[in-house]
Design a binder for this molecule. Structure first.
Ligand code: GLA
Length: 409
């Protein structure tokens, strides 16, 4: 039996309210803004951040300044920069200790030219530079964390030219509050005066979607992604399907400047088929999730490049209205996911979680349209306009794969 799940009405409602009483609403929000803002007002990440992060592919041992430079080079030469990818982020293990004054020190063997030189190199390519820290005493890989050094570290990052900070949640002290800790780092970053995207990473453990809107530009909603379709790890790691189920119920908390983060991409890392990676990328775009490539961009297959560089799918992710899509139909392994777009259209993903090919039908009523409405349908992976239709759109979807279309009335 097909279950039709409710479509978000929040934005439609807000838009009609704006139309009817635009002036009153504007005055109201002006009065309320200083006390009740629900999004971090640093002007950054108005669309989900796009970039690359070293962790998924290079982990702790294999990341160093040559890898990061090569990533910056490849982001430009592969066309990813032109497609919108911007941030080059070094994850864990760049730090080695602190000097007598408590200043954070980079590993001189892995980063012989220092972090400032690396940031300058990334900037010289027209890209932005990001770095990783942790709200506890040590990072997850045991390097120095920022607890008690937040202002000192933020000032150092700003001197180096950092544009993005990811702060993890390992090795915190007993009773440490996530909301209070991330607020300290938000304030420390703001005090530098440099625009720095703030990426909170506490894995969804204290429901950051409930409190992190005014604190971070994005927050991880789930435990670490694994390079697999359907796999739950005992320590909290998740395959793509597990992440979908965790992202679905929190769709209403995401928006411009404050995004639910579904974790860095695994596209191109070898653990899944290209069809699975295509589905993974389609759904991250439907979620308005940050698109942080996690592969070796300097050595990509053509299939990986086609996925990461699909500008039509990226366009769905970067839709300026910034609404997170969610599941609107479920029939066992066969699902329909929908995202409302700024032009009144819908991005729709027909997802087959199971092994066998199947026909999946998206009903107009499930995506918030009257059945009689005639709409254009474009396949975003085939890059083809299909015939206009009313009522529904059906497609054959192979096992463990997705079809993604854009529907425009
Ligand atoms: C945690 C984070 C990962 C990565 C590692 C680094 O597991 O969730 O994304 O940053 O730490 O140690």
């Amino acid at each position: 039996m097909i279950r039709i799940l409710p479509l978000p009405v929040r934005s439609q409602f807000l838009r009609s309210l704006l139309r009817v009483s635009g002036l009153a609403l504007a005055l109201c929000s002006l009065l309320l803004a200083p006390c009740c803002s629900h999004a971090l007002e640093n002007g950054l990440a108005r669309t989900p951040p796009m970039g690359w992060n070293s962790w998924n592919r290079f982990g702790c041992k294999n990341v160093n300044e040559s890898v990061v430079r090569a990533a910056a080079d490849a982001m430009v030469s592969s066309g990813m920069k032109s497609a919108g990818y911007q941030y080059i982020v070094i994850d864990d293990c760049w730090q080695i200790g602190r000097d007598a004054a408590g200043n954070i020190l980079a590993d001189p063997e892995k980063y012989p030219h220092g972090i400032k030189a690396l940031a300058d190199y990334v900037h010289s390519k027209g890209l932005k530079f990001g770095i990783y820290t942790d709200a506890g005493v040590k990072t997850c890989a045991g390097r120095p964390g920022s607890l008690g050094h937040e202002y000192q570290d933020a000032a150092q990052y700003a001197r180096w030219g950092v544009d993005f900070v990811k702060e993890d949640w390992c090795n915190t002290v007993s009773g440490q509050s996530s909301e209070a800790s991330y607020t300290v780092m938000r304030n420390a970053l703001a005090a530098t005066g440099r625009p720095i995207v703030f990426s909170i990473c506490e894995w969804g453990s204290t429901k950051p979607w409930l409190w992190a809107g005014p604190i971070g530009n994005m927050w991880r909603a789930t435990g670490d992604i694994q390079d697999c379709w359907d796999c739950k790890r005992p320590w909290g790691g998740n395959g793509v399907l597990q992440i979908l189920d965790l992202m679905d119920p929190i769709y209403s908390y995401s928006g411009p400047g404050h995004w639910n983060d579904a974790d860095m991409l695994e596209v191109g890392n070898g653990g899944m088929t290209d069809a699975e990676y295509q589905a993974h990328f389609s759904l991250w775009a439907l979620f308005s999730a940050p698109l942080m490539a996690g592969n070796d961009m300097a050595h990509m297959t053509d299939a990986t490049r086609e996925i990461l560089l699909n500008k039509e799918v990226i366009g769905v992710d970067q839709d300026p209205m910034g609404i997170q899509g969610h599941r609107v139909q479920k029939d066992g392994d066969l699902e329909v996911w929908c995202k409302q777009l700024g032009d009144g259209g819908r991005a729709v993903v027909l997802l087959n979680r199971g092994d066998k090919p199947a026909t999946i039908t998206a009903n107009w009523t499930a995506i918030g349209y009257p059945s009689s409405l005639k709409a254009k349908v474009r396949d975003l992976w085939l890059h083809q306009d299909l015939a206009s239709r009313a009522g529904s759109y059906a497609a054959q979807v192979p096992g463990k794969a997705a079809v993604m279309v854009r529907i425009t009335p």
